[in-house]
Design a protein around this ligand. Structure first.
Ligand code: ZN
Length: 174
């Protein structure tokens, strides 16, 4: 299983909508395995296929012992109650900003064998699920930031900090 190169902000693939998975074959399972390995190696919490340059609707996560893959996810419900907390992204190494998201999320999709599954999350798990679903739609966490934080993020990106990340981890990297 090879490690896959993680695409950084600026790569157009991160702004594209990933396509529905239609073939639940060995290639899909190999992709999910490689993404999990890549995620683990990068010490992230979750990664979407766009982030390894593949425009298919699949993401994988690893929150401690809680690990899995969700394919063709859609939102069933999100809470009106919101949460605010630091969030990071493997495609923005070293950047963490407060990001407001629903406190709870309920997604449905299928697993890598095409079997239906539902995933519910609260707190960090909800943040992870919604962040990954966004990736599959070409949406990035900086799109959710307060205006001044977004300006600061863009300033630091232009200064080259993605290639030479500074600072430690303050929140989940998803
Ligand atoms: Zn991300």
């Amino acid at each position: 299983m090879p490690l896959l190169p993680i695409r950084l902000f600026g790569d157009p693939v991160l702004r594209q909508r990933a396509a529905e998975v239609i073939a639940f074959d060995d290639d899909l399972r190999r992709l999910a395995d490689d993404m999990m390995l890549t995620l683990h190696s990068a010490a992230g919490a979750a990664i979407a296929a766009n982030q390894v340059g593949v425009l298919q609707r699949v993401f994988v996560w690893e929150l401690g012992d809680d690990r899995g893959a969700l394919v063709n996810p859609t939102v069933i419900d999100t809470s009106e109650e919101m949460q605010d907390g630091e969030e990071g992204c493997l495609s923005f190494p070293g950047l963490y900003f407060p990001t407001v998201r629903p406190l709870r999320a309920h997604l449905q999709g299928v697993d890598v064998h095409g079997q239906p599954r539902e995933e519910r999350g609260e707190g960090v798990r909800a943040r992870m699920l919604l962040h990954e679903l966004d990736h599959l739609n070409g949406i990035l966490f900086i799109d959710h930031l307060a205006r001044h934080d977004r300006k600061e993020a863009m300033r630091r990106i232009r200064a080259g900090e993605l290639e030479h990340p500074v600072g430690g981890q303050d929140g989940p990297v998803v």
